[in-house]
Design a protein around this ligand. Structure first.
Ligand code: MN
Ligand code: MN
Length: 282
């Protein structure tokens, strides 16, 4: 564990905390642009350039009992790491706390969700991530939705909603039968269908692949894909689910390709997500 820099405003100790930030600096399968292992540290660093007070939601996250647990030790074979991630995340949830996970690449989400029960998963992503195998691995970051679909088939995951998608192979799309998909193009005509669908979900785990944003908004991601969402679109989607969510991850940021803005955006989303959850939870 690395107890160096912590997220701004996350000054609670574990036992009295309600939110727990955990970094997972893992990017083994990011083939095109690796480097998301640096994101947890850089996003924490960026958080200090923001106020701890969320202007949009009127909540100061230093009043939200947030603990920063540092980074998970990722020096394990991928499959074992995913199991350890699952154990850690379920421990946090069983302790009655809300996990806020900073990746790392998207494959970690399969670990995060693996030990949860009766959750629905909302994924914001440019990509289907429905490959069965990629680069010789079923745990590749391009396979994460597929692995979540297997959890749905096994009954631990209720429903998977994928929004913002605009890239996939014909095979991935055919495999996506049973996913609830709102493409980036759908959303460009209006978000009402998505927002009303989200109203019907409960106990939601949210996975934010930062490439859901248009590359003009979030350029420093592993696999940028034009035609994406803007900041206010994403915040409106998160507002609809934050109050009934039970976990959150933010993945795929590669600081090396950043002028600093993608890390600031990520820190802003983490701060405002906690603030909006406080504001909207029942
Ligand atoms: Mn992804
Ligand atoms: Mn993606």
């Amino acid at each position: 564990m690395n107890f160096g820099l912590f997220f701004a405003g996350a000054d609670s100790d574990y036992s009295s905390s309600r939110y727990v930030i955990l970094g997972i600096p893992f990017d083994l399968t990011q083939s095109f642009r690796p480097g998301s292992r640096f994101a947890p540290g850089r996003i924490r660093e960026a958080s200090w350039n923001l106020e701890s007070y969320s202007f949009d939601y009127g909540v100061d996250i230093s009043d939200c009992s947030v603990h920063d647990m540092g980074n998970l030790d990722v020096e394990y074979p991928h499959e074992i790491l995913l199991r350890k991630i699952g154990e850690r995340v379920s421990e946090i949830v069983e302790d009655g706390k809300f996990p806020v996970i900073i990746g790392g690449e998207h494959s970690i989400t399969a670990g995060c969700v693996s030990k949860l029960k009766k959750v629905s998963v909302l994924i914001l992503d440019a990509h289907f991530d429905m490959r069965n195998e990629f680069d010789g691995s079923r745990s590749n970051h391009a396979c994460v939705t597929r692995r979540l679909m297997e959890m749905r088939d096994a009954g631990t995951v209720e429903e998977i909603v994928l929004a913002g998608v605009r890239s996939g192979t014909r095979e991935e799309i055919e495999n996506g039968d049973g996913l609830t998909v709102f493409t980036a193009r759908d959303l460009s005509y209006g978000m009402d269908d998505l927002l009303s669908h989200l109203s019907s979900l409960k106990n939601i785990y949210i996975s934010l692949d930062m490439d859901c944003f248009d590359p003009s908004v979030a350029p420093a991601v592993s696999t940028p894909e034009p035609g994406g969402l803007n900041f206010r679109n994403v915040m409106r989607i998160l507002e609809r689910v934050a109050g009934k969510s039970m976990g959150f991850d933010l993945v795929e940021v590669v600081p090396e390709y950043d002028s600093g803005n993608t890390c600031i955006l990520s820190a802003r989303i983490i701060r405002d997500f906690i603030a909006m959850r406080e504001k909207f939870k029942g």
